[in-house]
Design a protein around this ligand. Structure first.
Ligand SMILES: CC(C)(COP(=O)(O)OP(=O)(O)OC[C@H]1O[C@@H](n2cnc3c(N)ncnc32)[C@H](O)[C@@H]1OP(=O)(O)O)[C@@H](O)C(=O)NCCC(=O)NCCS
Length: 396
């Protein structure tokens, strides 16, 4: 049995810079706010009919622990009859939460599910409580660079000398400018759930925009930044994603259930794939995962009219684009900018890509297929191929 899985809707909290906007906010409260926001803007959703809730976090302890899929559901006011579970595939956590519930829906086990992710990187720094097996390094199972994401990005620059620092900076600048333009036009705010936060100086405030974007970025400013991952390296705070706090949530359903309930359909899932690469060049992961997903779908890269590629690092997006013969500034890629500007609260980002892709589908009925793809620590990539429900014929 296989049924069509659709994305009904997806939202997120604004992404804060760790140590700033959400410094006094719990991770689970960010997630709960996103969940409430999604429920409130979908009045046709009977919450007692939600069959399952899958939530990702890269660190699953403290305010991201206690099986956050279940605990946040209870706190968000879902009936206690709605079950929930937790997922971890590091940066691709929310992407995996979505593909996992999609599998449940496709095989007919469930009809309606929430999938999302949260990462409060202020409360849970990358690698918190990790205890890597000494065999990793002693037996050279992975290169030491595989353990630090910034170092993997430097290794990708080594592997592809044509991807210079200047090129990575230009990509990063473009990401900032696209995000600034999208913000000016009010395009990003539409899917952000304003979230209360408390600061010592201001008391309670409402955060309604991302904190990361730097619209005044220039090439000169980027060129002057330090390269924290290697002396004389190429990866900087300007061409990398930052350290952020945020949460995302999506509602997925069988197409039949969505229609029965009168819920909107923003995208149809075609297929998905995950793939592995050498851990020390983890940023290359989206290349094999996309090749695999395209083959499964019986499509080629030319069939894809919209790309949402997570920008963990500029070099890693450019390596992906270069592989597929796509220009660094191709208008089909990340039209609202990406993680370099808005931030990358690890496990939450996969659904942010879906939010943007769904908006692109809405305004581009000539586009039939789009992808969301991201790289994943310890050398993996994940790709989901989506079909535009608004497609009216045209280019692809
Ligand atoms: C790169 C990284 C180490 C930088 O951390 P940081 O030093 O705390 O970053 P900051 O935001 O303070 O930026 C550092 C400096 O660059 C400057 N800067 C950042 N972006 C800039 C931009 N677009 N233009 C100009 N200056 C910029 C900041 O103003 C700051 O300057 P200062 O030192 O004079 O205050 C950190 O963001 C990081 O580790 N990113 C990768 C996260 C990651 O691995 N995610 C997982 C992916 S798989």
């Amino acid at each position: 049995m296989s049924r069509t899985v659709v994305l009904v809707d997806a939202v997120r909290t604004p992404f804060g810079k760790s140590g700033s906007a959400f410094v006094n906010t719990r991770a689970d409260d960010l997630l709960i706010r996103a969940m409430r926001g999604l429920i409130e803007r979908n009045p046709n959703l009977p919450i007692d009919q939600i069959d399952d809730v899958a939530i990702a976090a890269a660190t699953q302890t403290g305010d991201q622990g206690m099986n956050i899929g279940r605990s946040a559901s209870l706190l968000a006011g879902l009936p206690n009859t709605v079950p929930g579970y937790s997922v971890d595939r590091w940066c691709a956590g929310a992407l995996t939460a979505a593909t996992t519930v999609a599998g449940q829906i496709a095989m007919g086990a469930i009809d309606l599910a929430l999938a999302g992710g949260v990462e409060h990187m202020g409360n849970h720094p990358i690698g918190e409580l990790m205890d890597p097996n000494p065999r990793f390094l002693a037996e050279k199972i992975v290169d030491p660079d595989a353990m630090a994401m910034g170092a993997t990005a430097e290794r990708l620059h080594d592997r592809f000398p044509s991807i210079t620092k200047e090129r990575a900076d230009r990509y990063a600048l473009n990401s900032q400018l696209k995000t600034a333009k999208a913000y000016e036009a009010g395009l990003i705010q539409r899917d952000l759930i304003p979230t209360a936060a408390r600061s010592e100086e201001l008391g309670w405030t409402i955060i309604s925009v991302d904190e990361g974007p730097r619209p005044t970025t220039t090439m000169e400013g980027l060129a002057a930044l330090k390269t924290p991952f290697r002396p004389g390296g190429r990866v900087t705070a300007g061409n990398a994603s930052g350290i952020n706090d945020g949460a995302t949530i999506a509602l997925l359903a069988s197409e039949d259930k969505a229609k029965e309930l009168g819920l909107p359909i923003k995208a149809k899932m075609v297929t998905f794939a995950f793939a592995g690469v050498e851990p020390e060049v983890m940023g290359y992961g989206p290349v094999p995962s996309t090749i695999k997903a395209l083959a499964k779908a019986g499509l080629t890269i030319e069939d894809i009219g919209a790309f949402e590629v997570n920008e963990a690092f500029a070099v890693q997006v450019i390596a992906f684009l270069e592989h597929f013969g796509i220009a660094d500034d191709d208008a089909r890629v990340n039209p609202y900018g990406g993680a370099i500007a808005v931030g990358h609260p690890l496990a939450s980002s996969g659904v942010r890509l879906m939010i943007n892709l769904a908006r692109t589908f809405e305004t581009h009925p000539e586009v039939r297929y789009g992808i969301t793809t991201m790289c994943i620590g310890l050398g993996m990539g994940g790709t989901v191929i989506w079909e535009n429900p608004h497609f009216t014929g045209g280019k692809n």
